[in-house]
Design a protein around this ligand. Structure first.
Ligand code: GTP
Ligand code: MG
Length: 313
């Protein structure tokens, strides 16, 4: 058996080291990584995938760590994907509760993978969905995905997770505006974090008004937490489990997964087409020539793009 296939077998048998090695191949998008994904994909789809998004510093990492501990206390196994250079376990020690955090990092039922964004435009590394698939196929009950607060990645998170959590904090004024601008569409659960700070009640009330005004079907729950203090984490875990139940009972999950599949296939196809084009046109210098003309204002960008894909001109 080829090495990657053997690793996939070991992964499916529960070998953490094999999982780690397969993840590296998937992250680097190697041919072996693609073969691994092809083998793992049919074995995935059982985990509850939960994406956490929100502005920088809103407490996503602290919340992820606290949630992981809560779910472990409920007997669930976890995969955690942190699209972030910092570990979710490096924060949240306001109470000096380092011992429990060490319990979590040492817990064989928790698998944490940190990924760099590698300068991709959104906050999600391109290989994230593959990493989530592998953790899912490995048999984790829940996969938590923490993104960097890049503003543009919310939709990408929603396209990857069963349940999307949007984390807001009091006193960061633009948050409510952002809600109106469409975060509401992707939020399955809203979190007002840092509830120990002033104006948390005000923010929660504002959100309630927006949620009720834009209601279509299910009422988006608003959960108050103070992740660094471990407050409200049980309520958040309850809200996530309720959403999972709702997805299963309503048929919404199938519709959502179909939408995700379409998004993913098109995104990958788009990337492949662009790569192919750039490789072909870049090789004979045509791309560079067009770029020069556009930079010199002798050709407009639309005409250059048409020329690049072989239309017009
Ligand atoms: N007052 C207060 N501070 C908190 C709370 N939760 C987190 N913080 C603090 O907020 C800061 C940011 O927390 P993180 O968990 O790193 O936030 P993040 O959203 O992951 O940050 P980025 O990944 O950098 O976007 C840290 O200093 C935390 O200690 C809370 O409940 N109350
Ligand atoms: Mg973080």
């Amino acid at each position: 058996m080829a090495p990657i296939e053997a690793l996939v077998e070991q992964l499916l048998a529960g070998n953490r080291r094999a999982l780690g090695r397969v993840l590296t191949q998937i992250e680097n998008d190697t041919p072996a990584g693609r073969r691994a994904l092809a083998a793992l994909y049919p074995r995935s789809g059982n985990a509850h995938t939960v994406g956490l998004t929100g502005s920088a510093g809103s407490g996503k990492s602290t919340l992820t760590g606290a949630l992981a501990r809560e779910f472990r206390a409920r007997g669930r196994t976890l995969g955690i994907v942190a699209i972030d250079p910092t570990s979710p376990f490096s924060h949240g020690a306001l109470l000096g509760d380092r011992i429990r955090m060490q319990d979590l990092t040492a817990d064989p039922q928790v698998f944490l993978r940190s990924m760099a964004t590698r300068g991709a435009l959104g906050g999600l590394a391109p290989a994230t969905s593959g990493v989530v698939t592998a953790l899912d196929a490995f048999g984790k009950d829940i996969v938590l995905i923490e993104t960097v607060g890049a503003g543009q990645d919310e939709v990408e998170v929603a396209m990857m997770a069963d349940t999307t959590v949007v984390v807001l904090t009091p006193g960061s004024g633009d948050d409510v505006q952002a809600m109106k601008a469409g975060i509401m569409e992707i939020a399955d659960v809203l979190v007002v974090n840092k509830c120990d700070l002033p104006n948390a009640d005000l923010l929660a009330r504002q959100l309630r008004t927006i949620v009720e005004a834009s209601r279509s079907g299910r009422l988006t729950p608003i959960v108050r937490t103070a992740s660094a203090l471990g407050e409200g984490i049980g309520d958040l875990a309850d809200a996530l489990e309720e959403h999972r139940t709702y997805l299963g009972a309503s048929g919404v999950r199938e519709a959502h997964r179909r939408e995700q599949a379409r998004h993913q296939v098109l995104a990958l196809a788009r990337q492949r087409l662009i790569d192919r084009l750039v490789m072909a046109q870049g090789a004979d210098g045509r791309l560079d020539a067009l770029v020069e003309e556009v930079a010199a204002r002798s050709l407009d960008p639309h005409a250059a793009a048409d020329a690049l894909i072989g239309e017009g001109r």
